[in-house]
Design a protein around this ligand. Structure first.
Ligand code: M6R
Length: 369
């Protein structure tokens, strides 16, 4: 059932073009409008929502963090992302005008289920984004938007993550369409970009030999740091989580802008740092800022592994390793930049002889609080 791959995880990483493609399938009509029939929440309620709260744990929470950037940009609805287990213990402000989005691959995560129950008690409507048909969280939510990644067997989440991000994009675009805001005219362009993602993910997979090699060559690393900015920040944290889970080494993801506020003190000779570099075509000169972060850490001895957009040669001269991914819109980049980090962790852990499908101490779904 591993389809010729050495592990379920390797198979599931390679399933990702399909996971994203299937999640997009059938969710637009002939005119290119989004139709999310399964979102059985009164349109008038969705129009009047004044806040979105995304609740999730682990990798699913990183999908939620990506969602915040996209939904706020497209819908102009204030969007928070919170870990499910923190949420109901702090007297959160949720009411009838709050839309809660609960993201869970398994649909059985107890922390998220309890948060969903709490949110509904406060009058909020809850949409579940879930990969498991008929599981508990969708059953206890007002509506569900299924991700169609197919069953995920490996404990470390990969294809479900990309499918979750895709589903949150669809939800954000749908809300923008429904609320008829300024962004409405751009929805068709984003949908067109999204439809190209399965092929672009495939390209990343087809060109993954160098990152595999790199993962294997770093099996002795004691610690790996990950830096990202904007949507690259949750990607960096996801890359670090994969490495912790699979390879049992210290790994941490930071917002690149935070470096000089503390983490740069960790940089010493030989410290590997994976950097998710924003597109040079993006606004706000974030690219230049992260390039200068790379220079700062290199000057202190870091060995940098940079995930950059195709055609971006800005760091070629002074970075040890550059992994290129196809160009895409800024907000959609996580669907591509995450993939090399998954492969890196999977290969590194496999080179250490670990079981990447069943990492120690972890369960596929965490059904206790
Ligand atoms: O099934 P869920 O999406 O609710 O699970 C949430 C987390 O437990 C899960 O993402 C966990 O962090 C994975 N092991 C990540 O690889």
């Amino acid at each position: 059932e591993k389809g010729g791959y050495p592990s379920f995880m390797a198979k599931e990483i390679n399933d990702q073009p399909d996971a994203v493609g299937q999640t997009l399938l059938g969710r637009t009509d002939a005119k290119g409008n989004l139709v999310l029939d399964e979102l059985r929440i009164d349109e008038s309620i969705l129009r009047s929502v004044d806040k979105i709260v995304v609740l999730a744990c682990g990798t699913s929470a990183y999908a939620g963090q990506v969602a915040k950037y996209a939904i706020e940009h497209w819908c102009r609805i204030p969007t928070e992302i919170e870990l499910s287990h923190e949420f109901r213990y702090r007297d959160p402000i949720v009411n009838e005008k709050t839309l809660v989005v609960a993201i869970s691959q398994s649909g059985e995560t107890m922390d998220t289920l309890m948060a969903v129950r709490y949110a509904r008690e406060q009058g909020a409507k809850v949409v579940a984004i879930c990969n498991t048909n008929g599981s508990t969280i969708p059953r206890e939510s007002d509506a569900v938007l299924y991700t169609h990644a197919g069953p995920e067997i490996a404990v470390a989440s990969t294809k479900a993550f990309l499918a979750q991000i895709t589903a949150t994009y669809l939800l954000g675009l749908y809300l923008a369409q429904l609320r008829g805001n300024k962004f409405r005219d751009e929805i068709a362009d984003v949908l067109a970009d999204l439809s190209e993602m399965p092929a672009k993910i495939q390209e990343v997979l087809d060109n993954s030999d160098p990152v595999k090699e790199l993962g294997r060559s770093m099996a002795d690393a004691k610690s790996v740091l990950f830096l990202g900015r904007h949507v690259g920040f949750p990607v960096a944290m996801e890359g670090a989580l994969k490495l912790k889970e699979l390879a049992y080494i210290h790994a941490e993801g930071f917002a690149a802008g935070e470096l000089k506020h503390g983490p740069i003190a960790l940089i010493e000779e030989g410290q590997p740092v994976v950097v998710v570099l924003p597109s040079p075509r993006g606004r706000d000169s974030l690219h230049a800022k992260v390039v200068s972060n790379i220079q700062e850490i290199r000057a202190r001895g870091a060995v940098t592994i940079v995930i950059a957009e195709e055609g971006d040669e800005s760091v070629a001269a002074f970075s040890e390793h550059v992994i290129h991914v196809p160009q895409t819109a800024t907000l959609l980049a996580p669907l591509l930049t995450t993939v090399p980090l998954q492969i890196f962790a999977c290969e590194l852990a496999a080179a250490k002889g670990y079981d990447v499908d069943q990492p120690r101490n972890l369960a596929k779904s965490v059904t206790v609080e």
